[in-house]
Write a protein that binds this ligand. Structure first.
Ligand SMILES: [Zn+2]
Length: 261
């Protein structure tokens, strides 16, 4: 069995960032990176104990290269860097499942800790086939297109509620409860590690229930920008996007990768 753990940083325990900043520019960025390493190790331990032959850790926050790789379980491999032709570098249909550590709720989520969709300054929402989606649904669909299911996610409770609408079979662990964009009641960062290990164990025990998540194709993508210059630029420089209101553009793609690449 082979797995990839996608690792973002905003959703780990005891991380809230700071107002009007990205996490990368916040005082708890260093802690977030350390906590992500701990949460990855908790998941990887369960995967290897359950029979995994390969676990790839995909470091995907910002422009990648966030984690202290030497502090991660030495049985793991790493997907690092940028510039690939699709999300989940290295993933193919031979993998058993993918997992999320540190993922967060989509933008447009009240009290979602550091909630955003790819860029907190650019996009207010992204809709695929008329439904608002965040990074978790999109990454689940990219894996699903390769017939690989999401089997586990750790995130704040609004992120977990969100992914539950798309992949209800995935096992989940709530790391913290958002009370605002930069406010949370968090579980202790070490106690949550036991829950992650147990959650991944539960996922492995229920692999027969896991399903690849896919969007119906072709996919219609609607992007609402936070500033109308964004919609203006997209609609005027890429003729196949239609501007449906001053802030929003829309276009059809053959599949979700055609939009992301
Ligand atoms: Zn991130």
């Amino acid at each position: 069995m082979k797995f990839i753990i996608g690792v973002d940083l905003e959703g780990v325990a005891c991380v809230v960032g700071a107002p009007d900043r990205t996490l990368t520019d916040s005082p708890d960025f260093e802690f977030a990176k350390k906590q992500a390493v701990r949460e990855v190790n908790a998941a990887a331990a369960a995967l290897f104990a359950g029979g995994a032959k390969q676990v790839i850790v995909w470091d995907n926050h910002g422009s990648s290269l966030n984690l202290a790789y030497e502090d991660i379980d030495r049985r793991c491999d790493f997907a690092i860097g940028v510039g690939g032709d699709r999300r989940w570098p290295g993933l193919d249909s031979s993998f058993t499942g993918v997992l999320f550590i540190g993922y967060h709720a989509m933008d447009n989520t009240a009290d979602g800790v550091l909630a955003h969709t790819f860029s907190s300054v650019s996009y207010q929402y992204v809709k695929v086939n008329g439904v608002e989606v965040g990074e978790m649904a999109i990454d689940s669909a990219v894996a699903g297109a390769l017939d690989v299911p999401l089997i586990f996610a750790a995130s704040d409770e609004k992120g977990i509620a969100e992914i539950g609408r798309f992949t209800p079979w995935a096992k989940t662990v709530v790391t913290k409860r958002g009370l605002g964009r930069n406010l949370a009641i968090s579980k202790h960062p070490l106690r949550v590690l036991n829950e992650i290990t147990e959650g991944v164990q539960a996922a492995l025990a229920n692999l027969d229930q896991m399903e690849p998540f896919c969007f119906n194709e072709p996919v219609t993508v609607e992007v609402r920008y936070k500033r109308l210059e964004g919609a203006e630029q997209t609609a005027r420089s890429h003729k196949r996007w239609t501007r449906i209101d001053p802030y929003t553009v829309k276009r059809e793609f053959g599949d979700i990768n055609a939009w992301l690449s």
